[in-house]
Design a protein around this ligand. Structure first.
Ligand SMILES: Nc1nc2c(c(=O)[nH]1)N[C@H]1C(S)=C(S)[C@@H](COP(=O)(O)O)O[C@H]1N2
Ligand SMILES: [Mo]
Length: 441
């Protein structure tokens, strides 16, 4: 499945791709696509059938059946669900990643999402001990340690504070981690789907810290969850005073159980693991909690055997979401290339597109809202005449940080790490429109 492309032969590769795919008939292509997608498990339903329908009785000039009858009335579904024809748009997991689904991860279907907001039912999930069912009346947040006035808050107490609503992405630093050693996932959902973006509502943590009064020695905060894993992370006080939010709602409704109901932290732009869910306790200390397993676990192993630690920021990243392996190009002519870019340091300033594997670049347009530490959608309108492409996107954020090539990232970090793989991603588009995950080294 994986194919490594040497940097020197970009033109040769494009020619080779053209030759390879030319002899494939449409039927072969469909079979091939199906197999490629099946190979990643449970993905068959993700193949869109296009507009081909067996039953033409609902098509013009006929009156469709739904125009000849009454539909269902109000509150038939008191909580609405997507159309049954969208049932392929779901979270998916890679079963071989972990032994148990209660300590695993699922990915958002980025290939089917529009705009920048991830609907609540499609936000990626990461748990270490499954999803607890917490009664909010029986849930408390304790803030203690190096503070003047330790307090135990009820949910009602917390919701009395003036609230903020902020659109921020959340990303697991393991996103793309399966691709450090080579291209192996033939689906955007699996190469980049540990990523979602919501409008989060809650109280800035600094407001709560004001209530308890942090002592001058207080420099670090241990955040702990109420789930079976009691997952905890050490967070520097500066972050808490900057933009950490104690969140109770997402996209207009109370948090989903999977996302930490009834209370979680959101540390905008930082490793998802610092955004502790089912938040029960914040302890102020003078140093990080080195004895906690989680503090030592989230490190990046370097080639020399040393490890980077406290690599909190999710660095500038981007990916083309259309076309992608799940959505090949089906027609020649007009084509809008779309994708998403994000930076844990602030706003996206610019995204460039390459059609030749990074040899030349053209600026894309940023679409809609361009917000700090949020997904930003980009677009490039072009024409496709069946020529093979090595499609890439490269994001630059407002700090001037440029998304690195895979080569640059490997030179800097080696190949032992799981985390923080934010390098430029390559889709190879063949002459038949099929899109494959490849790496240029
Ligand atoms: N209490 C608790 N908080 C947690 C976790 C957990 O297992 N337990 N997983 C963390 C990890 S590793 C990530 S990436 C994010 C994922 O958030 P999401 O499931 O809302 O996408 O939650 C973090 N917060
Ligand atoms: Mo994570």
């Amino acid at each position: 499945m994986s194919r490594i492309i040497k940097g020197s032969g970009t033109r040769e590769l494009l020619a080779q791709l053209a030759a390879e795919s030319e002899h494939l008939s449409t039927r072969d292509r469909r079979d091939f696509l199906k197999k490629g997608i099946m190979a990643v498990g449970g993905m068959a339903s993700a193949v869109t059938a296009g507009n081909a329908v067996a039953n033409t009785s609902n098509l013009p000039p006929m009156e469709p059946q739904w125009g000849k009858m009454l539909g269902h009335g109000v509150v038939e579904y008191p909580y609405g669900q997507p159309s049954k024809f969208e049932s392929h748009v779901v979270r998916r997991t890679v079963p071989w990643l972990t032994a148990e689904s209660i300590s695993s991860i699922s990915m958002s279907p980025l290939q089917d999402l529009k705009g920048i907001i991830t609907p609540n039912g499609l936000v990626f999930e990461r748990y270490h001990a499954g999803v607890p069912q917490i009664n909010p009346d029986e849930h408390r947040l304790m803030i203690h340690g190096l503070v003047e006035r330790p307090i135990i808050f009820t949910m009602e107490d917390l919701m009395r504070f003036p609230s903020v609503s902020e659109i921020k992405f959340i990303e697991c630093p393991a996103n793309g981690g399966m691709e450090w050693k080579g291209a192996q996932m033939e689906a955007l959902q699996f190469t980049h789907g540990m990523l979602s973006c919501c409008e989060w509502t809650g109280v800035p943590l600094r407001v709560l810290l004001d209530e308890v009064g942090v002592k001058p020695e207080g420099k670090w905060i241990l955040a702990e969850g109420a789930d079976g894993s009691h997952m905890s992370r050490s967070i520097p006080l500066e972050k808490a005073l900057d933009d950490t939010i104690v969140v109770y709602a997402q996209n207009g409704e109370m948090l989903r159980p999977e996302q930490g109901y009834p209370l979680r932290l959101i540390n905008p732009g930082w490793e998802g693991n610092t955004s502790i869910k089912w938040l029960r306790r914040l302890e102020i200390g003078d140093k990080p909690w080195y004895h906690r397993e989680e503090t030592s676990k989230y490190t990046d192993l370097m080639p020399d055997g040393k490890a980077r630690k406290f690599s909190f920021v999710q660095e500038t990243n981007s990916v083309i979401t259309s076309p992608c392996p799940e959505h090949p190009i089906v027609r020649k002519g007009f084509l809008e290339i779309e994708g998403i870019a994000w930076s844990g340091r602030g706003r996206i300033k610019q995204v460039d597109i390459s059609f030749d594997g990074g040899v030349t670049w053209k600026p894309a347009n940023l679409k809609g809202l361009v917000l700090s530490k949020a997904l930003t959608r980009f677009s490039f309108v072009t024409k496709w005449d069946g020529q093979p492409w090595l499609l890439q996107s490269r994001a630059i954020d407002e700090t001037g940080y440029v998304q690195p090539t895979l080569k640059q990232l490997r030179e800097a970090r080696g190949g032992n790490s799981i985390y923080h793989k934010n390098s430029i991603h390559t889709w190879s588009v063949a002459a038949n429109g099929e899109v494959k995950n490849v790496q240029i080294t």
